[in-house]
Ligand binder design. Structure first.
Ligand SMILES: Nc1ncnc2c1ncn2[C@@H]1O[C@H](COP(=O)(O)OP(=O)(O)OP(=O)(O)O)[C@@H](O)[C@H]1O
Ligand SMILES: Nc1ncnc2c1ncn2[C@@H]1O[C@H](COP(=O)(O)OP(=O)(O)OP(=O)(O)O)[C@@H](O)[C@H]1O
Lengths: 219, 219
């Protein structure tokens, strides 16, 4: 079990506090608005009404002993910067701060934030990719351009077997698993003679370009 | 190339519009605040200052011909609901709306939103999971409890070969790929005699429980 402080209970902060608590960790949730603190009180170890821009408060709340402190103050940009500065002066081990824009992010890093997150922007990019190629259900970036992508079986593959398609040799794309709809199950490393159905979702691993090339060819 | 309208240019909406435009699509970006429209003008096909809660405006902007319309109005909950209602009356093909909380989400679905997103909350859950088990770098939920997880090589695996570890038989976990740090590359479906280094990141596929069991055992 780990210990966390979450400062600022907007949509993001509230959910971070609640999720950590439900994962079994000790969570101190802090906000300057009474109603937010009341709402979180069933989903945390301790809920505190306070202005977190007070170094003595942060010290007495045990900032230095926590596994991590999350700061998410919305549009209060200058306050979030001062709070991160105070936390690092108190030798807080790991500080994560939500930033509104790239400049805010830069300032937070400068004063010592260990990690800066841009929740809206990161989700926006994912949504744009999904709208741009709708058969891609979700993906995980590995690095060096490699991704794992869930792809709705393109028409050109339906009815064919994996050995016929020979995706590994022709496209350098590996079929890691197949998510079948009927019956609902996940088939890991499917056999070569598996025949693709139109309701299948393919879990592919390969480079961005190779998967995009495969998708275009098999439409 | 597809066509989109993005209504509401907060952190989320702005980035959706910009990303779709940079992916090569036609994007009409709409907001009632002049400065937001000016900021987006280099990153979209057309930037329009307007109150989108006007059905005639939505019709003349071509809502019915677009591949999708994204509505992201922040705290203006009632306006976002009315706008989605108008869009579906105009027979817009696919409407995506950002919701602030579950009740807002329910109302948006009721009036016809094809997809409702909760960007902050979804990222908050991901961050909580990452803080809860730090060696998990990222993961992709497949379904039925199956995940693909990037895991920093646990100490108990370092120096051992995949055939010695026999993860498939003992834990029912598959090593799909290994992200090496030195040299930086992705090794897909590594050979059985591969020996794990302490800087390796393992891309594993298996059920939530099996991967968690493996991680605990190998610490
Ligand atoms: N100095 C402070 N001390 C404690 N809490 C603060 C302080 N300043 C702001 N807050 C709180 O931070 C929270 C910020 O939430 P707000 O909804 O404004 O952010 P947001 O970025 O829109 O959130 P989200 O994107 O997570 O919805 C508010 O609940 C506010 O009361
Ligand atoms: N009726 C309307 N017509 C057009 N634009 C609107 C309307 N109502 C609100 N907006 C715009 O929607 C945007 C909402 O952004 P805001 O920053 O409040 O949302 P947010 O949820 O905090 O955003 P994000 O989470 O994406 O940062 C504002 O730019 C506002 O001008």
């Amino acid at each position: 079990m780990k210990k966390f402080i979450v400062i600022g209970l907007g949509n993001f902060g509230f959910q971070v506090a609640r999720s950590l608590f439900e994962l079994g960790h000790e969570v101190v949730a802090v906000d300057s608005q009474k109603d937010r603190v009341q709402q979180i009180s069933d989903y945390c170890t301790r809920a505190v009404i306070a202005d977190a821009e007070d170094q003595e408060f942060l010290r007495s709340a045990g900032a230095a002993e926590m596994d991590a402190v999350v700061v998410s103050l919305g549009d209060n940009i200058s306050q979030s910067i001062i709070i991160v500065l105070f936390l690092k002066e108190l030798k807080a081990r790991y500080v994560i701060a939500k930033a509104n824009d790239p400049n805010h992010g830069k300032a937070l890093r400068r004063v010592g934030a260990d990690r800066v997150v841009f929740p809206e922007q990161e989700m926006a990019v994912k949504l744009a990719h999904k709208l741009s190629s709708p058969s891609v259900i979700d993906s995980l970036d590995l690095s060096e351009g490699y991704v794992i992508t869930e792809l709705l079986a393109p028409l050109g593959m339906v009815g064919k077997s994996l050995v016929e398609l020979d995706l590994r040799k022709i496209y350098k794309v590996f079929v890691m698993a197949i998510r079948e709809a009927v019956p609902e199950r996940v088939l890991v490393l499917p056999p070569a003679e598996y025949r693709i159905k139109d309701s299948d979702v393919l879990v592919l691993l390969g480079s961005d370009e190779d998967i995009a090339r495969l998708e275009k060819k098999m439409r």
